[in-house]
Design a protein around this ligand. Sequence first.
Ligand SMILES: Cc1cc2nc3c(=O)[nH]c(=O)nc-3n(C[C@H](O)[C@H](O)[C@H](O)COP(=O)(O)OP(=O)(O)OC[C@H]3O[C@@H](n4cnc5c(N)ncnc54)[C@H](O)[C@@H]3O)c2cc1C
Length: 257
Amino acid sequence: MTRTIDFSQYSSIKIGPVVDVRLIDTPELRVPEEFMIGGANNLLVSDTPPPLAMLSKKFDYIRLEGNRLTIGGATKSGRIFSFVKKHNIKNFEYLGKLPGTLGGLVFMNAGMKADEIFNHLVTIKTSKGYVSKEEISYGYRFTDIDDIIYETVFEVEEGFDAEKLALFTKMRANQPKDPSSGSAFKNPPGDYAGRLIEAVGMKGYRIGDAAFSDVHANFLVNLGKATFDDAFTLLEEARRRVFDSFGVALEHEVQII
Ligand SMILES: Cc1cc2nc3c(=O)[nH]c(=O)nc-3n(C[C@H](O)[C@H](O)[C@H](O)COP(=O)(O)OP(=O)(O)OC[C@H]3O[C@@H](n4cnc5c(N)ncnc54)[C@H](O)[C@@H]3O)c2cc1C
């Protein structure tokens, strides 16, 4: 089964071709040449991507059993957020402000401030069965997962924190409203990618319709009809300038395929 996806509509940055994506309905081994997509909130898709696959709706579920929360890989952050709020569960408040599916959130170890998806994670179900947190290397926007994330089990603590949600909501108020893929680059140790981009004169810098936002320099935004080439050229220019000026090799956070 396939699903035809127009990435100029589906992806959060509204860039990319129309592609047939293979739908995975039941757990199976990963096809090595295939690239998994989730909600495409962190993707920049070229006109020639590798073969793509995604989880079907069968992986869109949440179960609360005792102090364990089991979530399917295709479940959207918004649904998880509504669930934890309703059931008075804490530690997932940021999911109200962070777009993605569970598979993408876990693969990226996504989060806001000190809250990251790995903080309360117990096990992940992959094509080779359950893998515990201790068996995985992870860090800031990084995991070494080389498999499909079908499901994840989290530990549960009571007490949804409305104040924390208010803090995240306030943080988001200062973010660009244009279509974007979130942060373009990871923050290098001890610094901010946004500061470095601004320091090399690229805050608000535009190539075609792709730009570094004038609201937040590390946000790659689409101001209209940006193409993959516009966005890619812009990213490369920023990397070059930051390296030439500061000797810092910025690492992409947005996944380019
Ligand atoms: C406006 C905006 C704000 C954002 N703010 C933040 C933020 O504050 N913090 C943050 O961390 N991120 C942020 N992001 C980025 C994005 O929300 C996260 O990276 C999110 O985890 C992406 O999830 P996704 O389902 O869209 O994944 P995709 O973008 O589709 O994929 C991302 C990666 O996950 C992999 N992947 C997806 N599904 C699976 C699966 N089932 N199995 C294995 N691998 C999989 C893909 O191969 C890819 O490498 C922001 C994005 C936007 C648009």
